[in-house]
Ligand binder design. Sequence first.
Ligand code: NAD
Length: 543
Amino acid sequence: MYKELQSVPKAYNEPVLGYAPGTPERASLKAMLAKMKAEVIEVPMVIGGKRIESDNRVAIHPPHDHQHVLGHFYKSGAEHVTMAIEAALKAAPAWAEMPWQERAAIFLKAADLLAGPYRDKINAATMLGQSKTAFQAEIDAAAELADFFRFNVQYMTEIYAQQPESDKTTWNRLEYRPLEGFVYALTPFNFTSIAGNLPTAPAMMGNVIVWKCSNTQTYSAKVLMDLFEEAGVPDGVINLIYPSGPVGGKVVMEHPDFAGFHFTGSTGVFQQIWKTIGTNIATYKTYPRIVGETGGKDFVLAHKSANVDQVVTALVRGAFEFQGQKCSAASRAYIPDNMWDEVREKLVAQVEGIKMGDPEDFTNFMCAVIDEPSFDKLAMFIDNAKKDTDAEVIAGGQHDKSKGYFIRPTVIVTTDPRYITMEEELFGPVLTIYVYNADEWEVALELVDTTSIYALTGAIFAQDRYVVEQGTKYLSQAAGNFYINDKPTGAVVGQQPFGGARASGTNDKAGSYLNMIRWTSPRTIKENFLTPTDYRYPFMEEE
Ligand code: NAD
């Protein structure tokens, strides 16, 4: 049995394509971008395999060109949420009964479809709808999601292979049942791979899903639904709806069959939902599993022994790729004063040289932020920093939303280590730096550990190995993903399981068995082959 269990193809990381001039992948992606830009598509809900429209048709715009229309999605009302729950529950018995090998095959096929015929489509959708460069779309929508599918199949089989001991006359088994009810997947705008992983990881373990994606990710969500269908996910197993957060939440969180919550998004939304679940706890048939990966205020801490060029590169890539809209993005940095002048000079030169604009122009390093509320919030923090006496904007600071939501990569230097942009997650291309006394490394460690409520990612840069060891120990709770001499972004499935604790989430590590194990409710089965027929034990006999 175990041999059979281990016979799935070994998972591997999807090779990342380079899209350099003259490559076939570049030509084919450009052709797909042109085609999709020229179309106006319909994005209906998908409930029980049926395409459903509502009266509320909402236009989808590229963040970098907000007057252009890519398509329309149909906003869901409470009745659609109920329909999606009913469709999921209807599909549940057959899906739970399906042998795991068949479920594995569906998602292995999804990985190959995604890496093959769907690659351009999912990358182009992510570029146009979420304003990612070709490379940022490739590492997310194509490569990381294929990795999630392949590695999760492997983790699933590793979980199933874990069985209890049996003795001579009994056989003990663990039956890895899905949760009893449905799982609500609530997904963020910033990673197509996360939007794809949150419904599929529990589905792979035999669960049925109601999936609400972000309003600003509906365009690539549609491509994902098409992919799931083509890979063989049966109707009703994953149902995609577009209600507002509160409308979706209310129907779901009041339903007795609500059995699991798979969330990635902001800390405030997660905490609100957790409270609602707590309030409604007596309503549910079973205690819902709650898995949430939330915000971050990710740090780069340089020691006086660090290499300046390594630090500067990590700051530029870590803070500004995908406009700083990665939960892992470096957004606060601590630089020792012995190297500050050199760091400042190189950093400002590189940041001011960053080219930004439309993702269809492959020479751009950055594109637009996701929407107007995000733009307005970032512009406000930047404008405040220009006025505040304890802050100075040393690079960037410009913003312009006339065509798209463009914020120049911005570097703030503050004399207050607890300045607001050192503490709050802004979720945009804004890096704040505090320059510390190079001889006060311990003070800097303490600041890093205590300045923010979050603990998602963080990096230390040092050549001195004693310092590396000390920093790694001291900051053991400060980040769920800790980097030594590397930028704090770019975790790879199967290599750096991702997630943080404190206010950053339940740390169930997406892309690992730790996450997959949350989506099963095991039943222990003990069978006795020599069943006793007398209640008396031997010790009770007369001497
Ligand atoms: P968000 O919290 O605004 O939205 C996430 C989802 O919740 C969306 O589908 C949204 O429509 C829904 N939602 C919003 N308000 C709601 C409400 N009141 N009730 C119910 N649902 C609601 O997050 P976002 O802007 O899409 O994503 C950015 C956030 O996600 C950042 O905080 C980032 O750090 C975090 N994030 C974390 C990780 C991680 O692994 N820790 C990964 C990616 C993103």
